[in-house]
Design a protein around this ligand. Structure first.
Ligand code: PLZ
Length: 423
């Protein structure tokens, strides 16, 4: 087998430079809480392919379901010749997502595509143009979703012009907004919407219940419910982007459940299908069904192999109670992170929920972000065999997203490496 070094040489000559990778090692196989590279080196996985392999890589049920489906048929296009698994995935999403009202779902390929479709549906259903998003938001890399995403570098830089009718308002970010309570932070955002956009022009308010790429920002309690209440009164479609938070990651099936928020529409992807590309918009039947027949779709959306994987993944989450596993991981990991933080003034905050935890790194004694220290700690983890990711508007957040099937031993070894990386 080629070595990582050899593969890297080929990659540089073959793959566009704009596509980056976190580690220079090339994967041979992965499962449980580890990834093994082609040189035989094992990495503890605190990334899960960016919150995708919640059920683990090559989870047994997923492998079996995919194998069986590949043998039956690989693609007919649901818009041409439909099949049961697409319907079954929609039924499950309608039942699993928060909200005791009638729902419908539509399936797509990527998170960005789901977000684009949620905006299309909200605009169509309301007849209004504007979309409200938040500081530090991340919703994708396509043209509309670049406009919805906050951070310029690397996502938007020199890729404009962007889609119009997108308005950005402040997020609740307790560490950096002086600890505003949720209701006050929401009132600040709502006033800006009403004064600068006009509620009657707003089709959708789009928010990640816990921000992902933006820095694992957990809004103050009450922020999401206050926005939900305002959206209802204003006839605005409340869209929760649960692409990173969904499917047991935060200790519930969906992060909105934590405060009892029932979104009108939810965008889903990542953890839905154990690593196969699938995404969805799930929400109120009246909104979803407002769109004319043929108005939603795409060649591959709800591909039968991805649907088979999704059904197997959701079954695995139920069978292994991965929401409880996420809470357990969060308890163990949270304690270790807080111990590290107590002894290191560079850690301004440990935050997150369930198995979606982060540390924000600053210049000691200030709130000045320290992306260089963050990168150095991350590099030390990588050198010692722990795959961690960074995020945040200021590039100063270390984030941890292990597969929810990681063993206690793997989790402990990963946390030992992390503690050592802090020195
Ligand atoms: N909404 C909340 O987290 C994807 C991006 C990785 P796609 N986040 C990982 C990168 O650098 O491209 C994401 C998300 C939230 C939407 C998306 C977009 O999902 O499947 O990457 O399109």
């Amino acid at each position: 087998m080629a070595t990582s070094e050899e593969l890297h040489k080929r990659r540089v000559e073959a793959v566009a430079r704009g596509v980056g990778s976190t580690i220079p090692a090339y994967v041979d196989r992965a499962g449980g809480g580890t990834i093994t590279d082609v040189d035989g080196r094992e990495w503890i996985d605190f990334a899960a392919g960016i919150a995708v392999t919640n059920v683990g890589n090559s989870a047994p049920r997923v492998v079996e379901a995919v194998r069986a489906q590949v043998e039956r048929f690989t693609h007919t296009c649901f818009m041409v010749a439909p099949y049961e698994s697409y319907v079954a995935v929609c039924e499950q999403l309608n039942a699993l997502t928060p909200g005791g009202f009638g729902k419908r779902s539509a399936l797509f390929n990527s998170g960005a595509e789901a977000v684009e479709n949620a905006v299309k549906i909200a605009r169509h259903a309301t007849g209004r143009p504007a979309v409200v998003v938040f500081d530090h938001a991340y919703h994708g890399r396509t043209n509309l979703t670049m406009a919805l995403t906050a951070k310029n570098m690397p996502y938007k830089h020199r890729f404009g012009p962007f889609a119009g009718e997108v308005y950005r308002v402040p997020m609740s970010y307790p560490l950096r907004d002086g600890g505003l309570d949720g209701a006050t932070a929401a009132a600040r955002s709502i006033e800006m919407i009403e004064k600068q956009v006009g509620a009657e022009n707003v089709a959708a308010l789009l928010i990640e219940p816990i921000q992902g790429e933006g820095g694992f920002v957990v809004p103050a309690q009450g922020f999401l419910p206050a926005l939900r209440e305002w959206a209802t009164a204003a006839g605005v479609v409340f869209v929760a982007d649960e692409i990173q938070t969904g499917f047991c990651r935060t200790g519930d099936w969906f992060a909105c459940e934590h405060e009892g928020v029932e979104p009108d529409l939810i965008t889903l992807a990542k953890g839905i299908a154990g690593g196969l590309p699938l995404a969805a918009v799930t929400g109120r039947a009246d909104l979803m069904d407002a769109v004319h027949v043929g108005g939603l779709g795409g060649t591959y959306g709800g591909n039968p192999i991805a649907c088979a994987a999704a059904l197997a993944s959701m079954e695995t989450m139920r069978e292994l109670d991965l929401a409880a596993a996420a809470r357990r991981i969060g308890a163990v990991m949270g304690e270790r992170l807080r111990t590290i933080a107590a002894g290191d003034p560079r850690v301004a905050e440990v935050r997150g929920r369930g198995a979606m935890l982060a540390m924000e790194i600053v210049v000691p004694g200030t709130l000045t972000p320290d992306p260089a220290a963050t990168a150095a700690i991350s590099a030390a983890c990588h050198a010692a065999g722990l795959l961690t990711l960074t995020c945040g508007t200021y590039g100063n957040v270390l984030r941890f997203l292990p597969p929810l099937v990681i063993s206690d031993d793997e989790l402990g070894r990963g946390l030992d490496i992390l503690a050592a990386a802090f020195g």
